[in-house]
Design a binder for this molecule. Structure first.
Ligand code: ADP
Ligand code: MG
Length: 510
């Protein structure tokens, strides 16, 4: 990943002139049912479009690591009021992504001329314009976690002294009870459970890795919750690598690193989330490594997460990388349909309990599980958005409505159809062997379906012609061009063929 963490800022060091409070929306916009501002619906739509544009332009990693934390409180006098959960995130996002964000706003609403970034008050309501966005679950969670339990905001306990506050808040919803286990995450889940139930480290460290939104943070918080419930005297510290660096650099600037080091080393369980961000900082890496070794030497449990395996962590020194892999490495795979449906059913049940009038048909959950990508965060976000919309316009939730509300998200996930999937479905549909998609056989009975699959790969994925050729048994890109042209012609002249292609396309798009 190219994204590098900048120097962490230190409170009081910011030159930010912007006011800390967000101007209120006009009174009449705040009177919607269930406390959801009505004006927010339009701003929310625009904001969703801005986010979709940015996500496409800046890529998934930047979106998940930074953008998804931004909320929009409204638009006032040509100025979009944006919020971020921390000063660090706000400053980073403003300086690195501000220009692109403004450009995206200009595309969506020409009247937005400026952006105003604020730090979201921990106790304030979730960003209104964001109510239906896929990333919204984060912000309220952070806000709730710190607002509802002010005394226990930082889970490092007791002995850590002033550095007791170096941890990050735990999300109360991220428990083992709320974690749905499926094929893709059962190993990671079992490993996490083992740690939560053991008094001595069963393996050290536990290194959890997997793509964004697949439940790494959820599992780490679940470990912390479980240990706190079972053995409250044990000190468990959870923090993000970003926070680790921030704290360490702050201690360095204050020329006072001892308490920080001692605080870290005095815990029984240390969990550091998203360590891919530790890359590139000599001194923080060094400190991380020493802490890591000291804890392992003292039989303290370490849990580390990253979006990739230890060996793929670039920017991290070789000796650290290899040491990270010494314990148990557990990866979380992308979810499958069953797991997504299970998660959606759980979330829908929760929503129904909170809003007894809510009417979510099972077919809607199936539709979402089928159509939204393998990332759980997106799946949850889609449901949140559909529910928010239904509550606002007071309509029952149907598949058609979900399709309408999620247009942009669905389009994004359509692009994620893979060539493997196309080959599988086409082979099934035309009743030929999957191996024949790649084979050199030229009999019409296999060659035609293969051409259809190549054509669909061109239409439904973003892969280049040479890439497609390679996936079809190492064929040349000119073969792919030929297939695409041939099927285009046939679709014109042969209605049965046209129907086959359309049916397959629908099958693939859900
Ligand atoms: P990661 O840290 O891997 O990026 P998170 O742990 O933040 O992902 O998960 C993203 C969202 O998906 C969270 O709201 C989390 O509760 C939810 N989630 C992920 N996996 C599961 C699961 N197996 N069961 C229930 N919820 C899940
Ligand atoms: Mg995470």
């Amino acid at each position: 990943m190219s994204q590098q963490i900048p120097d962490a800022d230190v409170p009081g060091n910011s030159t930010d002139p912007s006011p800390q409070t967000v101007p209120p929306l006009p009174e009449d916009t705040r009177t919607g049912p269930g406390g959801i501002p009505v004006l927010a619906v339009e701003v929310s739509r625009q904001w969703a479009r801005v986010m979709t544009l940015l996500r496409k332009e800046l890529g998934e990693a930047t979106y998940q690591n930074w953008l998804c934390f931004v909320g929009c409180d409204g638009i006032e006098g040509g100025c979009a009021l944006l919020t971020a959960p921390s000063r660090f995130k706000r400053d980073w996002i403003r300086s690195h992504l501000g220009d692109q964000m403004l450009k995206a706003w200009n595309n969506v609403n020409g009247q937005v001329l400026r952006l105003d970034f604020h730090v979201r008050e921990a106790a304030s309501a979730p960003p209104a314009a964001n109510a239906g966005e896929s990333h919204s679950s984060r912000a309220p969670a952070e806000a709730r976690a710190s607002a509802s339990q002010p005394g226990s905001e930082y889970p490092a306990v007791g002995r850590a002294g002033q550095y007791g506050r170096i941890g990050a808040p735990l999300d109360p919803r991220f428990t083992f009870e709320d974690f749905v286990v499926g094929k893709s995450n059962e190993f990671a889940h079992a490993a996490a459970r083992r740690i939560a139930e053991s008094d001595a480290p069963p393996f050290n460290p536990l290194f959890l890795h997997g793509g964004v939104g697949l439940g790494k943070t959820h599992l780490m918080h679940a470990i912390a919750h479980a240990i706190r419930a079972r053995r409250p005297e044990r000190s468990v510290l959870y923090l993000s690598a970003e926070k680790f660096m921030y704290q360490f650099i702050k201690a360095l600037r204050d020329k006072d690193t001892m308490p920080f080091k001692e605080a870290l080393r005095s815990v029984d369980v240390l969990m550091v989330d998203d360590v891919q961000f530790i890359g590139g900082k000599g001194s923080t890496q060094e400190e991380f490594f020493h802490t890591f070794n000291a804890l392992i030497d003292h039989q303290k449990q370490l849990v580390i997460s990253a979006d990739r395996s230890p060996s793929d962590l670039d920017g991290i020194e070789e000796r650290i990388r290899s040491r990270l892999g010494w314990g148990l490495v557990a990866d979380i795979h992308p979810t499958d349909y069953e797991l997504r449906l299970g998660i959606l059913q759980g979330k829908a049940e929760l929503a129904r309990r909170q809003m007894p009038d809510l009417d979510i048909a099972e077919s809607v959950l199936e539709f979402l599980a089928h159509r939204i990508s393998s990332n759980v965060r997106d799946v949850e976000g889609a449901l949140t958005r559909v529910v928010a919309f239904a509550t606002l316009v007071r309509r029952p939730i149907t598949v058609d409505m979900a399709r309408e509300v999620l247009q942009d998200l669905l389009r994004a996930s359509e692009r994620r159809i893979t060539i493997d999937e196309i080959q599988r479905k086409a082979a099934e549909y035309f009743n030929i062997r999957l191996a024949d998609m790649l084979s050199a056989r030229r009999a019409r009975a296999v060659a035609r379906p293969r051409q259809v699959a190549m054509y669909l790969a061109k239409q439904l994925t973003a892969r280049s012609l040479p890439e497609i050729g390679r996936k079809f048994g190492g064929r040349d890109h000119t073969t792919v061009i030929h297939a695409v042209r041939r099927i285009e012609q046939l679709r014109e002249s042969d209605s049965a063929m046209n129907e086959d292609v359309e049916k397959l396309q629908r099958l693939l798009q859900g």
